[in-house]
Design a binder for this molecule. Structure first.
Ligand code: THU
Length: 135
């Protein structure tokens, strides 16, 4: 099934991106375990490392709304290259998702370029399972 609802939410989120330094706007939207959609955009900062990626913002929105798991995500960015989550965001996603979570990489018009599984992007991940059954 085409994740059009997720892509639309990511496109909407991207409109709110605050990226005055890179001028690289990103929107992300995820589906939680109940089917609800949570979105985020990148928010940069004059102190560069303090910037937040769109994927991390979407995860925060999910947690705030009581979502527990991320099952699918769409990411919308600019340019011709595929936009995939940065290394840090792959790890952040792994906290709330399993290897079979799908990640849809889309261009800035919402065309789906390629779908990945989290396990492809972050193989042999360190995850909550390493910290015992209660984690
Ligand atoms: N960025 C994201 O928000 N998500 C990605 O998947 C890659 C990069 C942001 C971080 C920064 O604000 C800008 O894009 C350029 O790196």
């Amino acid at each position: 099934m085409m994740p059009n609802d997720l892509i639309d939410a990511a496109l909407d989120a991207r409109k709110h991106a605050y990226a005055p330094y890179s001028n690289f706007q990103v929107g992300a939207a995820l589906r939680d375990e109940t089917g609800r959609i949570h979105a985020g955009c990148n928010v940069e900062n004059a102190a560069f490392p303090q910037g937040v990626c769109a994927e991390a913002a979407a995860l925060s929105a999910m947690v705030l709304a009581g979502g527990l798991r991320c099952v699918e995500m769409a990411i919308v960015g600019g340019g011709d290259s595929l936009i995939t989550p940065c290394g840090g965001c792959r790890q952040k996603l792994r906290e709330f998702a399993t290897d079979d979570m799908t990640i849809h990489a889309c261009d800035e018009t919402g065309v789906l370029k390629r779908t990945f599984m989290l396990g492809e992007l972050l193989p042999f991940a360190f995850s909550p399972t390493h910290l015992g059954p209660s984690a």
